[in-house]
Design a protein around this ligand. Structure first.
Ligand SMILES: NC(=O)c1ccc[n+]([C@@H]2O[C@H](COP(=O)([O-])OP(=O)(O)OC[C@H]3O[C@@H](n4cnc5c(N)ncnc54)[C@H](OP(=O)(O)O)[C@@H]3O)[C@@H](O)[C@H]2O)c1
Length: 248
């Protein structure tokens, strides 16, 4: 490791120290970007609860990071109340949540296909995971988010977006439409929640080397893709800036 790398790591550690003690919920915390977020947040001293569907992975990540693992499906309406209850019994026990990251996402039908070949049920499933899930979970946690914002710095909802939210790519219809709707929802939440000091961000992490990317575009040149850990740090710097603790 070069001295520059060591300095960079020191700077990053110092920068992310502003996250120490924050009470955080991350969906999709067992793989790719979500896992990198859980690791970085825990390393910074944040209290973290994360959600994913596969029980074994949830247990493994909880053991590795010391975060609270919640086995649930954000696309399932009946799971949202249970997630909110488990959050309220763990990282949100004080009645406050500083950061919610809506990261879990569905690609829609795979292999990707034109809209004409997309079943209505597949579009519904993508909207359930990528739009309705984040909407329901944000609504369920609005009270704790507003409570945290009253304590000190603003709280943040980070909705993980994609360039497919703003550019129309053939065969990305279900995913792109759901991400575009999520971005617009975020902009409206952002206006409506400004008075409560709850900041709502919609951010594209860029193309990353993750299982989701491999599923969408099998055989891509992995070396050309971002590492999830780098994308996670960039998003967390944006969260810190939104809380006003670091002026960017
Ligand atoms: N990878 C890219 O190049 C790229 C580019 C732009 C934007 N993004 C966005 O970045 C975010 C993370 O993507 P990624 O590439 O890191 O994905 P990933 O590696 O496939 O990880 C997805 C995570 O979400 C969980 N998950 C999926 N569906 C869920 C559901 N319905 N309920 C609860 N958990 C669920 C998965 O665990 P289980 O399957 O066990 O539930 C896993 O922990 C997504 O919002 C994606 O749209 C990715």
């Amino acid at each position: 490791m070069t001295s520059t790398n060591v300095e960079e790591m020191d700077n990053e550690a110092t920068e992310l120290r502003a996250l120490a003690g924050l009470r955080v919920v991350v969906t999709g915390g067992t793989s790719g970007l979500g896992l990198a977020l859980v690791r970085a947040l825990r390393a910074s001293g944040a209290e973290v609860a994360f959600v994913a569907r596969t029980r074994e992975r949830v247990i493994a990540v909880a053991e590795e990071t010391g975060a609270i693992g919640i086995v649930a499906d954000v696309a399932d309406k009946d799971d949202i109340h249970r997630i909110a209850l488990q959050v309220g019994a763990s990282v949100g026990a004080s009645g406050a949540i500083d950061l919610l990251v809506n990261n879990a996402s569905s690609l829609g039908p795979v292999p990707l296909r034109p809209l004409g070949d997309t079943d209505c049920e597949d579009l519904e499933a993508a909207l359930a995971a990528n739009l309705l899930g984040p909407f329901r979970l944000t609504k369920a946690l609005l009270g704790p988010l507003a409570a945290a914002a009253r304590e000190s710095a603003p709280s943040v909802v980070l909705n993980v977006s994609s360039d497919a939210a703003t550019s129309a790519y053939a065969e990305w219809g279900a995913y792109g439409a759901s991400k575009a709707a999520l971005a617009h929802l975020s902009a409206i939440w952002s206006l409506e929640l400004a008075g409560e000091r709850v900041r709502v961000l919609s951010l594209d992490p860029g193309d990353m080397d993750t299982p989701l990317h491999e599923l969408a575009l099998p055989g891509s040149d992995r070396a050309s893709l971002k590492r999830p850990v780098d994308a996670a740090r960039a998003l967390l710097r944006a969260v810190i800036a939104a809380r006003g603790e670091v002026r960017s």
